[in-house]
Design a binder for this molecule. Structure first.
Ligand code: NDP
Length: 335
């Protein structure tokens, strides 16, 4: 059992600065020891701005440090696999950002490497840590709206200029599907407790992204039990509120403003008795994820989203991308 968790950040990223450093520090006996950046200058300023005592451009410095027993990987997506394999090889527990990898084969290698090294692999699909989604899942599982018929997901927003970069210009690691739609998929898997069997998608490009990188999407998925799901996602839609609607034989569950990084979201149920709001007691999504991961490192429970969850979400996301590229329905295979 590990008591103090010494963390190193692999990647001087926006998400680490905005959310995850704070969430690590909110956990008992947890400290951030080092940050890796490919740029000496960026690493130095990131460390100084965030009160991190060391920075490095050499992954081996982190991997050789015995005080480091967990790494948070939030580099650009094409680095996740190789940095996870190296970290597992040095017996570091790994919390990796989504998408866990760019191919299912890589994701499988990552899971196997962490398993063989006896370390935890978590994937930071944060939306399943939102208290509103957790309440929604309980209601669905309790049959609150009867037999599920269909679901609609609204996850269109306007990507701020500061986040453009690889998201809008990298045809392999960038694009809306692996950046955002993959969160919708993970959330649907979490809420419905199953994987879609078939997907069909159409994408847009050119409003904000270029070189064929998608910046808008509509997806239709078929889930077991003949449940149809529709997702609208975009980088290009200002003033839109993210949400979800679940249509059942006995009622409708409506989640509003529940697709962001904030501890937000209001839940409503509409049925023969009218519409009522269901109270939700919110918590910080990233604190929740880091608490689950830290407990798993200490031998209790599992990360909020496991490597297997990351792999399944990736496999479905890649099927969606294939459907959009080929213009036809794709059967989902999750190894
Ligand atoms: P960033 O673009 O902020 O960081 C990614 C990498 O880009 C960093 O590791 C850094 O490289 C490099 N970088 C950062 N700033 C600069 C700069 N000014 N000039 C040049 N290079 C720079 O990415 P995000 O934080 O948006 O995303 C990182 C990962 O986290 C991705 O995998 C993404 O999918 C995921 N993500 C997850 C979220 C969640 O809530 N779960 C939310 C947002 C992103 P170096 O390390 O070499 O310094």
């Amino acid at each position: 059992m590990t008591n103090t968790i010494g963390w190193a950040l692999i990647g001087a990223s926006n998400v680490a600065r905005q959310w995850v450093i704070d969430a690590i520090r909110a956990q008992p006996d947890s400290t951030v020891l080092n940050v890796l950046s490919s740029s000496e200058e960026r690493g130095a300023s990131f460390a100084a701005e965030n009160g991190i005592p060391a920075h490095t451009t050499d992954l081996n410095t982190i991997l050789a440090d015995e005080r480091v027993n967990a790494v948070y990987i939030s580099t650009a997506n094409q680095f996740h696999c190789r940095q996870t394999l190296a970290s597992a090889g040095a017996e570091k527990n790994v919390l990796c950002e989504k998408p866990v990898a760019l191919s299912v084969a890589d994701a499988r290698d990552m899971i196997a490497a962490c398993h063989d090294a006896g370390v935890v692999l978590g994937v930071n699909h944060h939306l399943r840590c939102n208290a509103m989604h957790q309440k929604l899942r309980d209601l669905l599982h309790d049959g609150a709206i009867g037999r599920l018929n269909a679901v609609r997901v609204f996850h269109a927003n306007f990507l701020p200029q500061a986040l453009h970069g690889w998201r809008v210009n990298d045809p392999d690691g960038g694009g809306l599907i692996l950046d955002s739609t993959i969160h919708d998929i993970d959330t649907l898997r979490f809420l419905m407790g199953s994987n879609p069997t078939h997907v069909m998608a159409m994408t847009q490009s050119g409003r904000l992204a270029h070189d064929g990188v998608e910046d808008g999407i509509m997806v239709i998925l078929r889930f077991p039990g003949d449940v149809l799901v529709q997702i609208h996602g975009a980088y290009t839609v200002p003033f839109s509120e993210g949400g979800m609607e679940f249509y059942g034989s006995e009622g409708v569950l409506i989640g509003r403003d529940c697709m962001s990084q904030r501890a937000a979201g209001r839940l409503f149920m509409r049925n023969a008795g009218g519409e009522k709001e269901i109270p939700v007691h919110h918590h910080n999504l990233y604190h929740y994820a880091l608490a689950a991961f830290s407990n798993a490192v200490r031998g209790t429970g599992q990360p909020a989203a496991t490597g297997g969850d990351g792999l399944a979400a990736l496999a479905i996301a890649l099927a969606i991308r294939e459907s959009a590229r080929k213009g036809r329905q794709i059967e989902v295979e999750i190894p």
